[in-house]
Design a protein around this ligand. Structure first.
Ligand code: NAD
Length: 261
């Protein structure tokens, strides 16, 4: 049996699938990942972008804002993998989607907010570290482009930071609680485009597996949790997920027909 059909078989009886997505689901939208062969960490040192370094160093903030202004995150469009996750929701098989991504592409593809759990925040918003004021990152980027290399809060003069979780920064409490609840209710996990090496995020798929449920991994290359997977499909998420969800939808149709007779 081919790997996609094996994956569909592993998920065939599952009605509360937890999707767990990482940077790899968005590379086909033109956003580089961190640890893949073309990833960001092959170009810059992650040690430069810790939370404490960001607070202490104006140089780090300037570099960070410059990279954000140059990044393609804001122009990126969802790809077939994001849309396949929406389809999984549409056929009533998706419980929730925990994402490590900060690009907002699951929602832009049509997944409702109630189904998306953003563990690492969203780059489209910016927060003032001093007064907590929130604003669209696009308006801060406009200031960067017009020459303010380290823009500060217009209300209180505090440091501005994209509303994403930096290394060494705590994850948002409410999202952690939502993720824990979804993990406890899931009957399978579908991990997509993640090395499954960033903790505590990767502890959620592990918990689903420890609950006795299957895990399907769709990823280009190995992950840290391959040993725990029921089925691994190695390849491009944008090609694999639409096929996988189509198979799952096909498998569901006869049961639905039977129920209406
Ligand atoms: P990662 O960079 O550690 O791993 C990405 C994995 O996806 C790699 O194994 C890579 O080979 C694979 N991959 C790349 N393209 C793929 C494709 N088309 N189909 C299938 N697999 C593909 O990513 P991670 O595990 O999410 O951890 C990185 C951290 O960086 C996260 O915490 C996240 O917050 C952040 N990040 C987010 C974005 C984004 O929002 N799009 C981008 C880069 C990094």
């Amino acid at each position: 049996m081919d790997p996609v059909s094996s994956a569909a078989q592993a998920l065939a009886g599952c009605r509360r699938i937890l999707a767990f997505t990482g940077a790899g689901i968005s590379t086909e939208s033109g956003i580089p990942d961190f640890r893949g062969p073309e990833g960001l960490w092959t170009k810059v040192d992650p040690e430069e972008f810790t939370y404490s370094r960001y607070l202490e160093s104006s140089e780090t903030r300037r570099t960070s804002w410059r990279m954000r202004a140059e990044s393609r995150v804001f122009e990126a469009e969802p790809n077939p993998a994001h849309r396949a996750i929406v389809d999984l929701w549409g056929i009533g098989r998706l419980l929730a989607c925990i994402t490590q991504n900060i690009d907002g592409l699951h929602q832009r593809a049509g997944l409702p907010d109630e189904a998306v759990i953003e563990l690492h925040g969203n780059a489209r918003e910016t927060v003032c570290i001093a007064c907590g004021d929130r604003q669209a990152t696009a308006s801060v980027i406009e200031r960067v482009v017009s020459g303010e290399s380290d823009p500060t809060c217009r209300d209180c003069g505090g440091i501005l930071k994209a509303a994403v979780v930096f290394f060494g920064e705590a994850m948002p409490r409410e999202e952690l609680m939502r993720a824990a609840l979804a993990t406890s209710e899931a009957d399978a996990v579908l991990a997509v485009g993640s090395t499954l090496s960033v903790f505590p995020a990767a502890s959620f798929p592990i918990e689903v597996v420890e609950g006795g449920h299957p895990m399907v991994i769709v990823n280009r290359g190995p992950t840290e949790l391959d040993d725990l997977a029921t089925v691994i499909v190695d390849g491009a998420a944008g090609e694999i997920l639409p096929m996988l969800v189509a198979e799952l939808a096909g498998r569901l149709l006869p049961r639905r027909r039977r129920r209406t007779k």
